[in-house]
Design a protein around this ligand. Structure first.
Ligand code: HEM
Length: 388
């Protein structure tokens, strides 16, 4: 199996993994995201991975890290295998994920293994099925946002995020939680610490307090998405709806107006740019063995923007999703048994937000193609006026 030289291992860390970590995996850091856009860091990351594939071939590339086994995937068929064979023998709950998620959701399905994982996964799949109510809540809150934007002449990230979080609190915790911004702000503090995984001590007292306040909403509100005993799954939902808001604003920037545009937004700018798995047994790849405990790394921007494979790599191409893509490495929501169980809920809610905004407001021209490798959502600001 190909093993990267020390210099190439350093390149992969410096240009691919560290910039991704620096942007904030769990809670985005506005300053770093803005710098990443300016320096086109995702472009450099994609080029670095492409160079590795040219230099070492399509097999998983072992990185030289003392005391750990790391493999960078470079081939679409291998990505498909890794995701199809999750969570056994390729576990979702890797060391890094457990360390990060432990700060705010130690009982979440993504941090779980074995029978607990199975139970929690099944619950997530059932609880996250979209229904009429979610769509109505989004329409309600986005209608208010439209009025605000039409009166100021601008739709920017801050005003969008406020409306989005009101909708998210209502969907997840019930209508009565609409104004409880203090709760999602406290969750954001835990997420900020989670960016540091094992490098920051856990704020257990704050975590328990947040969990108690979440449980209180679930107890009182019959329209919440989970019963109080499943409160351990809820922090992930609130955290992940942040990505759905980011994807919606980016879809607006490229002219999108429906759920296909949401998928295309996360193809172009994946909100989970690194998918990790950890093998529970030794596994065989292209004739060679990788030991148990190997961490597999899928850097999705490389596969999603690979101009050598995809003629539409750097343009807005929602038709690829509408017509049903068969590319196994376009995985913004992951794939296989560990696929995002919130995917349909995201497509329904974010798709509705886009449809309402597009039908009621006129926007300027979309971003010019080829589309940039990094798009700082914090800086998005659209001049708008009412349609008709
Ligand atoms: C743009 C929005 C979103 C994207 C792109 C996205 C993408 C993903 C991806 C790539 C994974 C796999 C992570 C991994 O393997 O480590 C995942 C897992 C998950 N997502 Fe999402 N997600 C989004 C929003 C949501 C929302 C809103 C919810 C819930 C309301 C949600 C619930 C989950 C859960 C529970 C898991 C863990 C699944 C498991 O461990 O089996 N996601 N998501």
């Amino acid at each position: 199996m190909a093993v990267a030289s020390r210099a190439d291992t350093a390149r992969v860390f410096a240009r691919v993994l560290l910039p991704t970590l620096a942007k904030g995996v769990i809670l985005r850091r506005p300053g770093v995201v803005a710098a990443a856009e300016k320096l086109r860091l995702d472009g450099s990351a994609v080029r670095t991975v492409r160079r590795m594939r040219e230099r070492y071939g399509p097999e998983p590339l072992r990185l030289r890290v003392t005391g750990r086994s790391f493999a960078l995937l470079l081939d679409p068929a291998d990505v498909q295998r890794l995701l199809d064979q999750s969570p056994e023998p390729f576990a979702l709950a890797t060391k890094e994920k457990r360390a990060a998620l432990g700060h705010f959701q130690p009982h979440g399905v993504l941090a779980s293994r074995g029978a607990a994982r199975e139970r929690r996964r099944e619950f997530n799949e059932q609880a996250l099925r979209p229904d009429r109510r979610c769509v109505d809540v989004v329409r309600d809150e986005v209608d208010l946002l439209v009025r605000h934007a039409a009166s100021t002449g601008v739709l920017d990230w801050d005003s969008f995020a406020q409306a989005w979080w009101r909708a998210v609190r209502r969907i997840v915790l019930g209508d009565a939680a609409r104004q409880d911004q203090a709760l999602t702000d406290d969750l954001a503090k835990l997420r900020a610490a989670a960016n540091w995984a094992y490098l920051r001590p856990r704020r257990e007292a704050l975590r328990r307090d947040v969990e108690r306040r979440l449980a209180r909403h679930l107890e009182r509100n019959a329209d919440a998405l989970a019963p109080p005993e499943m409160v351990g799954q809820v922090p992930h939902w609130l955290f992940a709806f942040d990505a759905a808001g980011i994807a919606t604003m980016r879809a607006l920037a490229v002219g999108g107006s429906d759920r296909w545009a949401v998928l295309e937004s996360v193809r172009l700018w994946p909100t989970t740019p690194v998918i990790l798995r950890e093998s529970t047994i030794a596994t065989r790849w292209h004739g060679s063995w990788l030991p148990e405990g190997t961490t597999f790394v899928v850097f999705t921007p490389y596969f999603h923007r690979d101009a050598t494979r995809l003629p539409f790599a750097d343009r807005f191409a929602p038709e690829v999703w509408r017509e049903g893509t068969t590319d196994p490495a376009l995985v913004p929501f992951s794939g296989g048994p560990g696929v995002c169980p919130g995917r349909d809920l995201v497509l329904e809610t974010a798709g509705e937000a886009l449809a309402v905004l597009r039908s009621q407001l006129e926007f300027g021209p979309p971003l010019r193609e080829p589309l940039p490798p990094t798009l700082n959502h914090f800086g998005l600001r659209f001049p708008v006026h009412r349609s008709g």
